[in-house]
Design a protein. Structure first.
Length: 346
């Protein structure tokens, strides 16, 4: 408070300084003396700040993603939100927008100007007086998952309209990469005739459209597989899982197996793909074994399951008696023990 006297009139001036302003308020000045008082009209304090942002943004590998900050731009004259007018014209606060990203290599915030994958776009003021300031990031990589960016709104002083300026900084805007996190088969080396379940798990803000195809076909090849159950999708938060059940009907081990793709389509030409190889083998248990042994002579043929579709069979002569002696004889195309492998089926 300061006083000055001129022509016998004492003028008292009071100055109120407010720090850390966070809310819109109205103020008035009141002077009292000798039991008398006089009060000014209300003065409205219009606080400009960041009003919103894309706190979490989802993107897909190799594509482009946009972040944006929203901040107040229109000066207002009262708590009802009426615009502050000068000569009938709305007054907007000038601002310089800058962006930063968090560099995990040295745990520091850096200007996006140092990374040429970022492009700062022109801000636009909406009809409601909110300035929208966008930035894009191109050529997304899986390693970008969890990247943090933030915007700085530097309001420029405009003393003719009682705008004193200052800088506000947004909270973290976080990038999430939508992708297929795993693609597995209940069995990657089935024997022909077995049923397998393909499980594809992907992340995303919403569930993508899943599809299962065989390499080079664009569809699921019915030459080697028969549909048992079409894909079903379950969602837990931002994790989405599709299951597809099929039966192997033809051996493909001789051609190195069959590549199977899972695709997660997020729309707008954004797609993630992962592949596995399913190799179907022969079932030696279903193979007919020829024997030169006469039926009823007492010899025993014993099968031994070697696992995975392979099978070993052994012929054993009966025990000798007082009147009979047994001897195992083999030829070039026979043996006392034969093995059928899943790779050859014989």
């Amino acid at each position: 408070v300061s006083d000055s006297t001129s022509g016998g009139i004492v003028t008292t001036a009071g100055v109120l300084t407010i720090t850390g302003v966070t809310a819109v308020e109205q103020y008035y000045c009141k002077a009292t003396w000798n039991g008398n008082e006089v009060k000014s009209a209300n003065v409205y304090l219009s606080v400009l700040d960041i009003t919103g942002s894309t706190t979490t943004v989802w993107g897909v590998h190799s594509k482009v993603v946009d972040f944006n900050c929203q901040s107040g731009a229109l000066l207002k004259s009262n708590a009802n939100g009426d615009p502050y007018l000068v000569n009938g014209q709305k007054i907007y606060a000038g601002a310089v927008i800058s962006w930063e990203f968090f560099d995990t290599s040295d745990s520091s915030w850096k200007s996006t100007d140092t990374n040429n994958r970022f492009t700062v776009k022109t801000s636009a003021v909406r009809s409601d007086g909110v300035r929208v300031s966008p930035i894009s990031l191109r050529d997304l990589q899986d390693s970008d998952n969890g990247m943090k960016v933030r915007c700085n709104i530097a309001y420029q002083p405009d003393l003719s309209n009682n705008l004193y300026g200052g800088t506000v900084t947004s909270g973290d805007l976080v990038l999430k990469i939508a992708t297929i996190t795993s693609f597995t088969s209940s069995k990657t080396d089935p024997i022909v005739g077995e049923t397998i379940t393909l499980t594809c798990t992907a992340t995303g803000e919403t569930a993508p459209t899943f599809s299962f195809t065989t390499r080079g076909k664009g569809t699921f090849d019915t030459t080697y597989f028969d549909l048992v159950k079409a894909a079903t999708v379950t969602t837990d938060g931002t994790t989405h899982t599709a299951e597809y059940t099929t039966k192997t009907i033809t051996v493909n081990s001789m051609r190195g197996g069959q590549v199977v793709d899972c695709s997660a389509d997020y729309g707008r030409a954004r797609k993630a793909t992962k592949e596995i190889t399913v190799t179907t083998y022969f079932d030696c248990g279903a193979t007919t074994v020829k024997s030169f042994n006469r039926v009823g002579n007492g010899a025993t043929i014993t099968p031994t399951d070697l696992g995975g579709g392979s099978l070993k069979q052994t012929i054993t002569c009966p025990s000798n008696s007082e009147s009979t002696r047994y001897e195992l004889k083999t030829q070039s195309n026979s043996g006392a023990e034969i093995t059928c492998t899943k790779e050859t089926g014989k």
